[in-house]
Design a protein around this ligand. Structure first.
Ligand SMILES: *[C@@H]1O[C@H](CO)[C@@H](O)[C@H](O)[C@H]1NC(C)=O
Ligand SMILES: *[C@@H]1O[C@H](CO)[C@@H](O)[C@H](O)[C@H]1NC(C)=O
Length: 453
């Protein structure tokens, strides 16, 4: 083919691709942690410490610090922003749990359900003609008839059946090849997943169900979004900066390993993974034979209260091809809680592809980004990453030295707990493990593991 013909050919391919793509949008909102006692001085249960100071800061319903969970006015402002930035082709909303403040643990189930209902109501007013797909977190009421009644406006009958017994469900869109799979990560987390726990059979049922759903999607040539409160991988901020990195995450080691295995097995049908829980803006990559095969994007919380460290409230609007499910970009919104006027003013923080200079959103492009983040000599890209991780709570990255940068890199690229520990302990082994087809590298890797253990 002559160059000019080739250019024509490429142009027409691109054009075909463009007319084929149907651009749509969806919001991902997570970790609202609504605290109904936020403004009552006698309670302030959702505030971590320093009562007197918090009262001062929260006079007139202001949100001047990061020690309190979301007030009702913060949630109202988030809903107002989403209503204002409502695209015409908004397809759905992913809502990945931890609706309530953890300080509500000791209030009655009725009160919790009332709080969940209030948040549900404001979301259904905000999205009057879209469906909201909720996933449960550890601070949410367990699946029940009452939750089913509340959410039946959004979930079809088949979904409600599995939701009521296990808190998980799948949404098959009739007009597209995209299937949304919502998992109940609580069943695979900490105490709930133990053998002696009554939840144990539910956890097993969810595994069997998940594999069935994924193989059905493959048969029907559908693409899948995996959606849950907590996903696989480690919590980097408990580990960053400490050489004795524990390397744990929300899921039990068994559940984490098994989920990674399922994701690798079905990476050809998984178009993306969407999680919350960490109160941080970050991503995870899953590799198979050294190749990046799947990505997970973690959205920051609406609550300004930290989990491990602190961040500003965030809301995320995804742009995608609603025929194929391919994610094209997202716009990250944030609210600076410490702004001097004390107003609840949301603004755009960044757009993913532009911010990091990505040509597309794929496991390969995010893998290349992870390599740039790891490069200590290019502090610019790491500063961008850390600033986004904290949702612009701070742009000073001088507290993160080379070892700390490396922990972040390991957290992004090593979703397996053991791999993460090895990676953090030994930077050289991490480099070697990137080239598993190279037998010299494997030998070196083995020797390094022997030496380090
Ligand atoms: C729920 O909303 C109602 C009506 O605005 C209000 O009276 C009630 O206090 C709210 N309850 C909670 C727990 O937020
Ligand atoms: C991000 O994308 C949105 C929507 O496409 C656009 O309106 C906005 O100007 C972009 N913002 C930045 C900071 O690039």
């Amino acid at each position: 083919m002559r160059p000019s013909n080739f250019a024509l050919y490429i142009t027409s391919l691109l054009w075909l691709h463009l007319i084929d793509a149907k651009i749509g949008y969806f919001w991902h909102i997570t970790d609202l942690h609504y605290d109904p006692f936020h403004n009552s001085p006698e309670f302030h249960r959702g505030c971590r410490h320093n009562r007197g100071n918090s009262e001062h800061n929260h006079r007139n319903g202001r949100h001047r610090d990061h020690t309190c969970d979301s007030s009702w006015s913060l949630i109202q402002s988030a809903a107002a922003l989403m209503a204002e930035r409502h695209p015409d082709t908004l397809e759905f909303v992913l809502w990945t749990g931890d609706i309530l403040s953890s300080s509500l643990e000791h209030v009655s189930e009725e009160f919790k359900l009332e709080a969940v209902r209030n948040v549900t109501d404001i979301l259904s007013r905000t999205f009057s003609s879209q469906f909201v797909f909720p996933a449960l977190g550890h601070n949410d009421p367990p699946p029940s008839r009452k939750l089913v009644d509340m959410w039946m406006q959004w979930l079809p009958t088949e979904a409600l059946q599995t939701f009521e017994t296990g808190g998980y469900y799948t949404i098959e869109q009739s007009h597209s090849k995209l299937c949304i799979v919502v998992l109940n990560s609580v069943l695979w987390a900490g105490g709930a997943a133990r053998n002696d726990n009554p939840h144990h059979h539910r956890a097993r049922a969810q595994w069997e169900w998940l594999e069935k759903v994924l193989s059905k999607a493959r048969r029907k040539k559908e693409m899948v979004y995996l959606v849950a409160h907590a996903g696989p991988g480690v919590e980097e901020r408990h580990n960053a900066g400490s050489s004795s990195a524990a390397g744990g995450g929300e899921l039990t080691p068994n559940a984490n390993g098994r989920l990674l295995h399922v994701i690798r097995t079905y990476s050809d049908v998984i178009a993306g993974q969407f999680y919350g829980h960490r109160h941080a803006d970050t991503f995870r990559l899953i590799y198979s034979d050294g190749q990046p095969v799947s990505w997970a994007l973690l959205a920051p919380s609406v609550t300004p209260r930290g989990a491990g460290s602190i961040s500003n409230p965030g809301l995320r609007l995804y742009k995608f091809d609603s025929n194929s499910g391919k994610v094209l970009d997202y716009t990250q919104y944030y609210l600076d809680v410490t702004n001097s006027r004390g107003e609840l003013h949301w603004s755009i923080e960044y757009n993913l592809t532009q911010y990091y200079g990505l040509r597309e959103v794929s496991a390969t492009s995010l893998d290349a980004l992870a390599e740039r983040i790891r490069n200590y000599h290019d502090r610019g890209i790491f500063a961008k990453y850390l600033t986004a991780l904290r949702v612009r709570h701070s742009t000073d990255v001088s507290d993160c030295d080379a070892a700390c940068v490396y922990v972040h890199y390991c957290a992004i690229t090593r979703a397996d707990y053991n791999d993460f520990r090895t990676c953090v302990r030994n930077p050289a082994s991490a480099l070697a493990s990137r080239a598993p087809h190279n037998s010299a590298a494997i030998l070196l890797y083995a020797i390094l593991i022997l030496i380090s253990s």
